[in-house]
Design a binder for this molecule. Structure first.
Ligand SMILES: C[S@@+](CC[C@H](N)C(=O)[O-])C[C@H]1O[C@@H](n2cnc3c(N)ncnc32)[C@H](O)[C@@H]1O
Length: 255
């Protein structure tokens, strides 16, 4: 999928807060080497470098658009274009940090233990992922996809909810980590604009579906079907604000 850093960063404030919440719970005072896995546009990597100014940092992502933007941050960070699923570190990191990226990868059952295995001694894996795949923002995507002539094309890119329950992650990680900390939080995001939830999802989860529809009319038809459902599920309030509750899961596992 093609990422648009400018549009993604439009909701930068709401998107950065969970990263800070995750960072604040990492039990490391001075990690020597940090990897920001799925580093995106580098704005969260910047926060890591400010939080741990003595650490060496590598940012890994497979989007050239996001990495170009990250490089422009002018940080003392090594940027690597690689797929998380096959990436191997050159030196074992003390911290693998991944904010809002691993839900783009499948097979967490093997991916998370593999990442733990990449860490150095007393290393930490810190992960945050959205866990709102049963919320209307995502359910309406499936409904709108099924409700038109575009379904044949969209069926190919629709993914089952990629993020498991906290209990499942505990089961996966307790076999390879001596200490696991898992929690969830639901952020009540207060958004401005006409149909801001569509603006939000069209920079992330909706994007692969829009890309799958090459015919402009078909794409517009699907987008309209989705937007109508979203406008009903997340109505604009009298004060012009739209409330978008958003559940996220946080995982910290130590070696
Ligand atoms: C929602 S953005 C989050 C970016 C950043 N971590 C942040 O918090 O702002 C997800 C990022 O994960 C990257 N990504 C998704 N799947 C990936 C994969 N398989 N390998 C590498 N990067 C991936 C995308 O390119 C995108 O930059």
């Amino acid at each position: 999928m093609t990422w648009d850093p400018d549009r993604y960063l439009h909701f930068g404030g709401q998107r950065v807060r969970p990263a800070l919440d995750l960072m604040s719970r990492i039990p490391l005072s001075a990690p020597g080497h940090i990897v920001d896995l799925g580093c995106g546009a580098g704005n969260v990597t910047r926060l890591l470098s400010e939080y741990w100014p003595r650490s060496s940092i590598t940012g890994v992502d497979n989007s050239p658009e996001m990495l170009t933007r990250a490089f422009a941050e002018g940080l003392d960070v090594t940027w690597v274009e690689a797929d998380i699923n096959t990436w191997q570190p050159e030196i074992a990191p003390d911290l693998i940090f991944s904010n809002a990226a691993l839900h783009w990868c499948d097979s967490h059952q093997t991916l998370l233990p593999d990442l733990i295995g990449q860490l150095g001694p007393q290393g930490v894996l810190a992960v945050q992922m959205p866990r709102n795949h049963s919320a209307p923002s995502h359910v309406c995507m499936i409904e709108a996809a099924k409700d038109g002539p575009w379904y044949e094309k969209l069926e190919l890119v629709l993914r089952p909810g990629p993020v498991a329950t906290p209990e499942k992650y505990y089961q996966i990680l307790s076999t390879c980590s001596w200490k696991v900390d898992i929690w969830e939080a639901e952020y009540l995001q207060i958004l401005d604009g006409e149909n801001p939830v569509v603006e939000w999802t069209s920079t992330t989860a909706l994007q692969p579906l829009l890309e799958a529809l090459e015919d402009e009319d078909e794409r517009a038809g699907f987008l309209q079907a989705y937007s109508d459902r979203i406008a009903e599920a997340y109505p604009v309030m009298a004060n012009g604000k739209t409330l978008f509750p958003f559940r996220r899961i946080f995982i910290i596992a130590q070696t």
